[in-house]
Design a binder for this molecule. Structure first.
Ligand code: ADP
Ligand code: MG
Ligand code: ZN
Length: 623
């Protein structure tokens, strides 16, 4: 990359150098001529001296002006030289020479060539130099591989039907994700069907998920399935450019897409351009904002059902500018998660094609031991194993290759691909089952959307409630239930293990924060009363706490607040404990199912409550 840029510089500089040299020579030549120019006095003297070999009068065409060239001998060196004199009237000159008795001169009439020599040539030189200079700057600004003249042209890669042979069959697992995208494919295939009945198809689909989970693959597969052109550009391509260039690239990209509709525009790593605006430290990033604004303008600009679907991928949905998610833009969000056991097995099957495996290799078993691996990790695993087999000059892969490859990729990729021990998995299963059951049985929270023990970054698993309802207020009852749910993970661990883990630290923090807000902000504690003791410090004012150490209230109040927070937590904990005990059989069934499948859906989870016998409650439990 660098090397190409350097060559660009040296090529351009050589050209500039040559031009400058050429120009300089031309000007020195002009200077020389100036030295030989005579004024009238010098001319008279020369004539008087008689040191003259020949005289030529060169008249400019159609005008009386002209140039008199006098061949003479240099008085010192004795060499021949030509002096000249400009005259405003050649006829006067002829008369003057006649008076001096000089008849022996020539008279020529030349076309007006001086304009060409005096003006056009230097002008051309300047233009050429500027041109070369511009090309040179352009090359630098446009990034290493920008072609010289396509300043601002979109660098989107276009792939058409035919050269994009990725279809859904190449995407293993991701069943729900593919189902969600099926509709987009169908629209691209036969837009008329949808337009006829006035259906509005989403303009933008945002694929969200950790790196390597198959977002790019999925987007390509949508284009491949529908058989439409696929334009792809990466958000990071926009960022390195001159101010304004990113925006013009976006414009070009959409224009190109409109000419090729129906088609798909895929913006990879959209977080690089679509970060929240106005949060940049030290004044923000103009270029990125302009690019993002242009993107929004373009997305608003093309009509519904014009046949362009913009897909984008990110693994940082949290930092995206909210404007991007507004209706009419990326109004569809598809979460692409890490694969569960079955998904991993299917991915392994896809990538094992063309790699002969020995009998002993059991893909199911590999799938079971690779919790947390993404599709890219698994592809990498099999590839490493194949390399090891080739190194050993075998024509098929053996279990040993997989084992070795496992160590290689497992250690190389940090925690995310850390191999999860069975014990850790079991703890996580009970922990998440605990949260999930409480979500389900408490009236104001939940229902559970999915429960997973697939490791994600720092968390061992997650329990996802259905998207929050848009309640205007949180009630005291709901907040208490939220605290109960948070504590459910730890409670479940306690129930089945003789020890507890650090896995609940985040839950405990969340519960504490909530309880504290109830006491100091929402006036929900009778003992503390309706007084705001919350210092309202937003993150903007980090450091304010340090600067003003005073809390605005005394030790006595602080103690009461602490006591109240503890009382709330303790009561919620007791409730969580009682509920988990009541649903002990569901807890075990749920944990078992999680261990088997790693991720369970709402239906699978809710079925447990129907099929499993539930203990009679010891007492009435109310929250
Ligand atoms: P992302 O864009 O989410 O970072 P990619 O789509 O680039 O991930 O995936 C990288 C590679 O991992 C793919 O080229 C493919 O080989 C493999 N891969 C990822 N997910 C899957 C999947 N679901 N099925 C098959 N291969 C996958
Ligand atoms: Mg990608
Ligand atoms: Zn938890």
């Amino acid at each position: 990359m660098n090397d190409r840029r350097n060559r660009g510089i040296s090529g351009a500089s050589v050209l500039i150098f040559i031009l400058v040299l050429f120009g300089a020579l031309w000007f020195t030549n002009q200077m020389d001529q100036k030295e030989n120019e005579l004024n009238w006095n010098q001319f008279e003297k020369l004539i008087a001296s008689g040191n003259i070999k020949n005289i030529d009068i060169i008249q400019n065409k159609d005008v009386p002006t002209g140039r008199v060239e006098i061949g003479t001998k240099n008085e010192i060196s004795g060499e021949d030289e030509t002096k000249y004199l400009f005259t405003s009237d050649v006829n006067e000159m002829q008369e003057y020479l006649k008076k001096k008795g000089i008849e022996n001169y020539t008279m020529t009439n030349v076309p007006q060539d001086s304009w060409f020599a005096d003006t056009l040539i230097p002008m051309l030189l300047v233009v050429a130099a500027v041109f070369v200079l511009f090309m040179f700057m352009n090359r630098q600004g446009g990034g290493a591989n920008a072609k010289a003249m396509n300043f601002g042209k979109s660098r989107a890669k276009l792939s058409r039907e035919g050269d994009n042979n990725v279809t859904f069959s190449k995407v293993a697992g991701l069943r729900e994700e593919k189902e969600e995208l099926e509709e987009i494919v169908d629209f691209l295939k036969s837009p008329k069907k949808y337009i006829q009945v006035g259906a509005r198809i989403p303009k933008g689909v945002l694929l969200v998920g950790p790196p390597g989970t198959g977002k790019t693959l999925l987007a390509k597969a949508v284009a491949g399935e529908a058989g439409v052109p696929f334009f792809t550009i990466s958000g990071s391509d926009f960022v390195e450019m001159f101010v304004g260039v990113g925006a013009s690239r976006v414009r070009d990209l959409f224009e190109e897409a409109k000419r090729n509709a129906p088609c798909i525009i895929f913006i990879d790593e959209i977080d690089a351009v679509a970060r929240r605006r106005g949060t940049g430290m030290g004044g923000g990033h103009d270029e990125r904002e302009q690019t993002l604004n242009q993107l929004l303008v373009e997305m608003d600009g093309f009509g519904v059902n014009e046949g362009i679907i913009v897909m984008a991928a990110t693994n940082r949905v949290d930092i995206l500018d909210p404007a991007i998610l507004r209706p009419g833009r990326f109004d569809r969000k598809v979460v692409v998660g890490r694969p569960d056991v079955q998904g991993r097995e299917e991915i392994l099957e896809v990538h094992a094609k063309g790699k002969p495996l020995s009998e002993e290799i059991d893909l199911k078993q590999i799938a079971q031991t690779t919790a947390g691996f993404t599709g890219a990790d698994l592809e990498n695993l099999l590839n490493e194993a194949a390399i090891l087999a080739a190194k050993a000059s075998r024509v098929f892969l053996i279990q040993e290759d997989i084992k070795k490859a496992f160590v290689k990729v497992g250690i190389g990729a940090e925690k995310k691909s850390r191999v999860i021990s069975d014990k850790e998995k079991r703890i996580t299963a009970f922990h998440e089952a605990g949260h999930a059951i409480l979500f389900h049985v408490l009236p104001d929270v939940g229902p559970v959307y999915s429960v997973s023990i697939i490791p994600t970054g720092s968390a061992g698993g997650y329990t996802m409630p259905l998207p929050e309802r848009d309640d205007m207020f949180d009630t005291k009852g709901k907040m208490l239930q939220d605290i109960v749910v948070s504590l459910g993970g730890r409670v479940a661990e306690e129930e089945v293990l003789d020890d507890i883990t650090t896995g609940a630290s985040q839950d405990i923090k969340q519960a504490t924060d909530l309880a504290k807000s109830m006491v100091t902000k929402f006036g929900m504690s009778e003992t503390v009363g309706l007084v705001n003791y919350d210092d309202d410090s937003d993150e903007v004012f980090i450091g304010r706490d340090l600067a003003h150490a005073s809390r605005g209230y005394g030790e006595g109040v602080a103690t009461v607040i602490d006591q109240e927070v503890k009382r709330i937590i303790d009561e919620c904990y007791a409730k969580a404990k009682a509920l988990i005990r009541e649903y002990d059989s569901v807890l075990h069934a749920c944990a078992d199912l999680l261990l088997e499948k790693e991720k369970i859906s709402r239906e699978e989870f809710e079925d447990l409550f129907k099929t499993v016998d539930i203990n009679e409650p010891d007492e009435m439990i109310r929250v």
